[in-house]
Design a protein. Structure first.
Lengths: 259, 107
């Protein structure tokens, strides 16, 4: 992966900095933030070598990462539960706007995971990569499920699974990814532990309802499922919003100092 | 705040942090990253580091030294040291002004 990342840079840049850059990449574990930072660095190098410059962009890699990640966390925390709520209340067979909002919320959470993972990736690289990979997979599955629902309805789509099942698995993957991210954040104290705890608790409740809500394995779960889902959504949304807000505020002193 | 410091756009802050890191002696890239993270509590990505290093080198504020293994140390030039001092004085005055506006005593 490291050599692949270096190859994204232009040849002239690699000739000058390639060896030392590769040595740096070998020194530490790379998280999603690092990969995004390197890709932006490669874009910058390409623009500079073409004489266009990249100075029109505002914010440093880290500041931009915090700002974008924080904003995406808040947007995702609003869109994801709003979509679920609308889907739950909407008695028609229309996929939109509910499913569309969920998908947009999932994508926003994916961006938030990249943007806010800069601290945690140093100490828990595998956990953070899993926290990124699962929602990434979940987003693809959600898209596939949505398209499938539009095309074949409830019929089997792939491997004996209906589009709805695939969509649901995508949602669960996003929730598991959020829980892993919350766990890493709680351990590193990179962002408020209370917020990480709320996200972890909310995700665990949603996962529990998602896995057992309609199986009848747990007595009374079918009756409690709506209330539990609501509580889980509220807790995880509060967690994401608090972390997003903190990240945006963390960025402010740096922006002021650089002004 | 009038300044003769070259304009680094989005890399102004990382550039300043790198100059500060090099102010106590030459360092290679990874040592700069560790230094910045320890000093600010904020990680600096390798992409940002090298984008800023390239600009600083281009402006003559730092210069590369002979590599040791594959690690290449960088050091401040005289122009770089002068520019860093100018930036820090400007920031210090700005910080003092902010503290006065907040009604806090000067340190």
């Amino acid at each position: 992966m490291r050599s692949l990342l270096i190859r994204v840079y232009p040849a002239r840049w690699r000739a000058r900095y390639g060896d030392e850059f590769e040595a740096i990449l070998e020194e530490r574990a790379l998280g999603p933030f690092d990969v995004a930072d390197i890709l932006l660095g490669a874009l910058d190098a390409r623009l500079r070598l073409r004489g266009r410059g990249a100075d029109l962009q505002k914010g440093t890699g880290f500041s931009m990462s915090l700002r974008v990640g924080g904003t995406a966390a808040i947007v995702g925390a609003v869109l994801f539960p709003a979509g679920l709520l609308i889907s739950f209340l909407d008695e028609s067979d229309d996929l939109f706007p509910g499913a569309g909002l969920i998908l947009a919320g999932t994508a926003a959470i994916l961006v938030a995971l990249i943007g806010l993972s800069s601290f945690q990736a140093r100490q828990h690289p595998r956990l953070i990569w899993a926290a990124f990979a699962l929602p990434a997979l979940g987003t693809v599955m959600s898209c596939l499920g949505l398209v499938g629902m539009a095309l074949v309805g409830d019929d089997e789509l792939v491997a004996g699974m209906s589009p709805w099942s695939i969509w649901m698995l995508g949602l669960l993957a996003t929730i598991v990814g959020s829980a892993l991210f919350a766990l890493a954040t709680y351990h590193t104290r990179a962002l408020p532990r209370v917020a990480a705890g709320a996200l972890a608790t909310g995700s665990a409740v949603l996962l529990f309802v998602g896995l057992f809500g309609s199986t009848g394995i747990v007595p009374g779960i079918d009756i409690a499922a709506p209330a539990l889902t609501f509580a889980g959504l509220i807790a995880s949304s509060i967690g994401w919003i608090a972390m997003g807000w903190t990240a945006i505020r963390l960025d402010q002193p740096a922006a002021a100092a650089a002004a | 705040m009038e300044s003769k410091v070259p304009v680094f756009g989005r890399f102004a802050e990382p550039s300043l942090l790198i100059l500060v890191s090099l102010s106590d002696g030459p360092k290679h890239g990874y040592a700069i990253m560790q230094d910045v993270e320890a000093g600010t509590g904020r990680p600096m990505g390798a992409g940002t580091l090298y984008a800023a290093l390239a600009r600083l080198e281009e402006q003559g504020l730092i210069e590369p030294m002979a590599p040791v293994d594959r690690r290449r140390p960088y050091r401040l030039t005289a122009v770089g040291a002068s520019n860093l001092a100018e930036q820090l004085r400007g920031l210090s005055e700005y910080a003092q002004q902010g503290l006065r506006q907040l009604g806090e005593p000067r340190s």
